[in-house]
Write a protein that binds this ligand. Structure first.
Ligand code: TYM
Length: 330
């Protein structure tokens, strides 16, 4: 089967609903059809200074959440980026293909610098490491949310540049960004994306949060002054966000939801959305507790995932070394 790959950063103890609906749900769906590689982007997380013990803990929790969300480690390789050292190696090759100005023009880097974040060089070269992650596995598709689109574009550019310069060798990947789901918005500020760093506690739905808290946050979601339950991102971003969340989790098309909510109030919508979210989250949390109770089993899964990933990574790096003119190691 063709390969796919995606990753998430271990930058918090809990994934949020945007990570889940924008990415993880698709990871789970795609593992039936593809040879899938899903990893915890721990090297990427080093771009933000974090206490080492905290990083270790978040890395395990992030991996566990992939599995709790439905990734099957028997079918899909689940691993830590840093365990497959070829990622850093190919990242270096990608750095050497990227112009300085090109890296500085990336939106995420510019935004972080504009916000006064103390940017290290890792943050500048973040997209090149991400390109390496993807190109390492000859990934046909990369299931991510909308916020990663620019990173996929530069990955495609770098693959094409490599192929032009060295006569081929890398697969140019396609993004897999599902419309609607690809951008779950902040509940309090529905024109901004839900995010670990940008959202207030009330705007965010963490998958590991107390279900009562989650329901409360949904009940106090910002909507609008009309009274009509209709999908229209431009004029009704809050209501549209709630409809999207409901639709993905309940498997009901948005148009059917609009019909079933005709003549009903926002209170009804919020209550149903809260019910649907909590129903999805409860089994997720139960599975998380099982996984965290057995850290040895989790480490075994990560070790065997890394073994599988390394096999592919070694082959790619041998090809890349040959193409760029590095002598083979004896
Ligand atoms: P990260 O860890 O920020 O986010 C993980 C995934 O969640 C998606 N996402 C969202 N989707 C919908 N609505 C939202 N509000 C929302 N917020 C986040 C992200 O698009 C992502 O799919 N750079 C990546 C990690 C990475 C990676 C890779 C991904 C490193 N190497 C290679 C794919 C392939 C990141 O920071 O994701």
């Amino acid at each position: 089967a063709p390969r796919i790959l995606s990753g998430m950063q271990p930058t918090s103890d809990s994934l949020h609903l945007g990570n889940y609906l924008g990415a993880l749900v698709n990871w789970v769906r795609l593992q039936d059809e593809f040879d899938a590689y899903y990893f915890v982007a721990d090297l990427h997380a080093l771009t933000v200074p974090t206490d080492p013990a905290v990083l270790r803990e978040r890395t395990r929790k992030t991996a566990a959440q992939f599995i709790a969300g439905g990734v099957d480690p028997e079918r899909s390789a689940v691993f830590c980026q840093s365990h497959v050292t070829e990622h850093a190696e190919l990242g270096w090759v990608m750095n050497c293909l990227t112009a300085d100005g090109e890296a500085r023009r990336m939106t995420q880097f510019k935004d972080k610098v504009a916000k006064g974040q103390n940017a290290n060089v890792g943050l500048l070269t973040y997209p090149m490491l991400m390109a390496a992650d993807i190109l390492m596995y000859d990934a046909a598709y990369v299931p991510v949310g909308e916020d990663q689109r620019q990173h996929l574009e530069i990955t495609r550019d770098l693959a094409e540049r490599f192929n032009t310069r060295f006569g081929g060798g890398l697969v140019v990947p396609e993004p897999y960004i599902v419309k609607g789901a690809a951008k779950i918005q902040d509940l309090q500020d529905p024109t901004s994306k839900m995010s670990k760093t940008g959202s207030s506690p009330k705007g965010l739905i963490d998958l590991m949060q107390d279900p009562a808290r989650i329901a409360k946050n949904i009940r106090s979601a910002v909507t609008d002054t009309e009274a009509e339950i209709r999908y229209d991102v431009d004029t009704k971003p809050g209501v549209s966000n709630l409809l999207v969340i409901h639709s993905i989790l309940s498997g009901t098309p948005v148009a059917d939801l609009e019909a079933s909510f005709a003549g009903r109030g926002y209170g009804d919508l919020k209550k149903e959305v809260a019910d649907v979210v909590v129903a999805a989250i409860e089994p997720f949390q139960a599975r998380m507790h099982e996984l965290l109770d057995d850290p040895a089993e989790l480490d075994r899964i990560l070790a065997s995932g890394a073994d599988r990933a390394r096999e592919v990574a070694r082959a790619t790096m041998a090809r890349v070394r040959d193409r760029v003119g590095l002598l083979p190691a004896a």
